[in-house]
Design a protein around this ligand. Structure first.
Ligand SMILES: [Ca+2]
Ligand SMILES: [Ca+2]
Ligand SMILES: [Ca+2]
Length: 240
């Protein structure tokens, strides 16, 4: 008597594994009989045949299957014996959940003025449900997120001009926790000089100070030309 049922030794695989992830191995009522072959067939329960494939007596994935999109699938399989008799059966397949890394945008590149506060603009999504993200920032790009600020939109400032590399680390609360790091830059420029400013404490270096002064006071131009020679001259001008 030939086989009367088709079954799998297991019928689940973890989500989002690469193609050819093993779902299970076909059993038959008489596993010692050689010459059984398995193929997909159309008919009741054949809905997801294209998302899987058969290699010998193994059922494998033929697509990247996402638990959160859909966790239950169905295929229809025909077993043909060496004698040419066959049976058909539909089989259910389950995709099991795994914690996935948060998707993160750090925003930027940002521009800022020395010592003026601005808001960073990051956001995160997580394909796993109910996993509020935790944001930590590395504003001096030391690779450590232990100082600095937290939250998706922290208000920050920089005390010197230049291009600053920053990073954010976002961690979910899944098991195990997963994290994603993204980096960006902040281009910090000296602010325009204003009446009453002390140049040496404004965050402006000497070059920037003279450029800013030139814009406000045309007469400064002659000094900025002369200062190409003696450095002492710069100091004298500033003291004056
Ligand atoms: Ca998923
Ligand atoms: Ca998941
Ligand atoms: Ca997650």
């Amino acid at each position: 008597m030939g086989p009367t049922a088709i079954s799998l030794n297991q019928n689940s695989t973890i989500e989002k594994r690469l193609f050819d992830a093993l779902v299970g191995t076909f059993n038959s009522i008489d596993p010692n009989v050689a010459g059984y072959s398995f193929t997909f067939v159309s008919g009741s329960g054949a809905t997801d045949n294209s998302k899987f494939r058969i290699r010998g007596n193994q059922l494998l994935t033929n697509a990247i299957l996402d638990f959160e999109t859909r966790s239950s699938y169905s295929v229809r399989v025909r077993l043909t014996t060496a004698a040419g008799t066959s049976i058909e059966q539909s089989l259910g397949i389950q995709i099991t959940d795994e914690n996935e890394s948060p998707q993160v945008s750090i925003g930027g590149p940002y521009t800022a003025i020395v010592d003026e506060v601005f808001s960073l603009d990051s956001f995160s999504t997580d394909s796993d449900a109910n996993q509020p993200p935790a944001f930590e920032w590395d504003l001096d790009f030391t690779g450590r997120f232990d100082v600095d600020v937290v939250g998706s939109h922290p208000v920050v400032s920089f005390s010197t001009s230049g291009t600053k590399t920053i990073a954010v680390r976002v961690q979910d609360n899944g098991v195990p926790p997963m994290q994603t790091i993204r980096s960006s830059v902040v281009v910090v420029t000296a602010r325009a000089i204003r009446r009453g400013d002390s140049i040496l404490s404004s965050g402006l270096n000497i070059d920037n100070a003279f450029e800013a002064l030139e814009q406000l006071v045309p007469q400064v131009y002659q000094f900025t030309q002369k200062r190409k020679w003696p450095h002492q001259f710069d100091t004298a001008i500033l003291r004056h």
